[in-house]
Structures are given as C-alpha cells and as structure tokens.
Design a protein around this ligand. Sequence first.
Ligand SMILES: C[S@@+](CC[C@H](N)C(=O)[O-])C[C@H]1O[C@@H](n2cnc3c(N)ncnc32)[C@H](O)[C@@H]1O
Length: 215
Amino acid sequence: MTIRQRLMARLYDRSMDGYEADAEPRRAALLRNLGQRIVEFGPGTGVNLKYVHEESSSSSSPEWIGIEPSKPMRDRLHIRAAKEYPELELRFADLKDGVIDVEDGWADTVISTLVLCSVPDQAAALREAHRVLRPGGRYLFMEHVAAEPGTSRRLAQTLMTPFWKLVTDGCCLNRETGAALRAAGFGELELIEYEAAKGSMPFFARSHILGSATK
Ligand SMILES: C[S@@+](CC[C@H](N)C(=O)[O-])C[C@H]1O[C@@H](n2cnc3c(N)ncnc32)[C@H](O)[C@@H]1O
C-alpha cells in the first residue's frame, strides 16, 4: 500500500462530487441490464455498486467480482457495501502480471469507469475483459480520453500528464482509449464521444467516451 493510494482513497469521493453531478445520469443509463455475473475493473470506493444492487430481485442477487489493486480503495468499498448494500455478494479477484483470477467466459458484464486511464497496459486489460466475458456478454465503459491531436487541450494533456499521474496514482490524460477499444477484437462496439460538463473536471480532462463492446 502506498501513501498515494491512501491519499487517493481518502479524498476520492469528496474530490468527485462535482464530477458526479454530471456523470451520475450517464452511469445510470449505461449500467443497466448487467446480468447476474459482473466483473468490475477498478471499482474504487464502489460508486457503481448502486447499479449492481439494482440487478437484485427477491429471489437472487448478482455475483460481483472486483479487480482493485488499491487496498485503501477496497477498504472503503467494503464500508460502503456493508452500510448500503449488505445483501450483495462481493469478492475481489487477484491481478497478477496483468492477468485476473477469473475463469474464461464467466461474466455477463464487465464494467470499467475511469479506469483505462490508469491501467499499466490498456491492450492487456481489454484482452482480460474479453476473455472473462461469455459470448454475447458486454463490456461497459465510461472513460476520459485524449483530446483531438493538434488542439490546445491535447497539448495541455501532454504537458500535464507527468504531474497528474503523480497526484492521481497513475492517471494518464492523453490515452487514445477509443482506438484501443476498436483494436480489442470485440464483435460490436457502440461508442459515444462527449464532453463532461464545464466545472466538473479541469478542462484538459473533459474529453470522454462511453459505450459498450459486445463479445
Ligand atoms: C479513478 S479511479 C475510478 C473509480 C471508479 N471506477 C469510478 O468510476 O469513480 C481508478 C481506479 O482504478 C484502480 N486501478 C488502477 N490500476 C488498475 C488495474 N491495473 N486494474 C484494475 N484497477 C486498477 C485504482 O486503484 C482506482 O481505484
């Protein structure tokens, strides 16, 4: 556990208040019909558990597996879950050398929100997402991404990334995540580009994508 992980976990929810006012309706629209077996990459403090919980019925509750390398984030997620969603069945799987400890084809849905900016190797993470999905399963994403090349925002992203990575535990501002998704071998890709609301994030982090990739 690093000091940066501890700080990030402690400050995360508070620092995201303004962002969530804009993101919450997008999360709600995206994270529906998740099925009963869900893998989530980088769940952080558990902001998406609400949508996992909505998949519960009187007779069944979804199985959720989180991939979260930060122990302070896992601890906060457990506190949130115990308080707000005590009946959810949650477990964390190990991540070793980019490989997650989940069997092939297990998941109905894989989720990542604001995570592909931080993983060490996007192609490897997407390969894992594809591997653990069942045929027809969906990978749902919402990510901030690189701005158009040649724009002042892209220049700001390039200049800011070394500093930003330090203060945010590894988040890169200038990743071409849409291109990585197109190259990831999914059968179908629905991808929407959008701008997060003014004031919700610094201007250099407002270029976003969200959507689904079906195996
Ligand atoms: C910016 S937070 C996003 C949290 C949450 N998903 C959200 O939407 O607010 C990024 C999370 O990804 C986690 N993370 C970093 N590297 C990862 C990896 N290789 N695999 C899975 N999660 C990772 C971080 O520990 C952190 O909790």
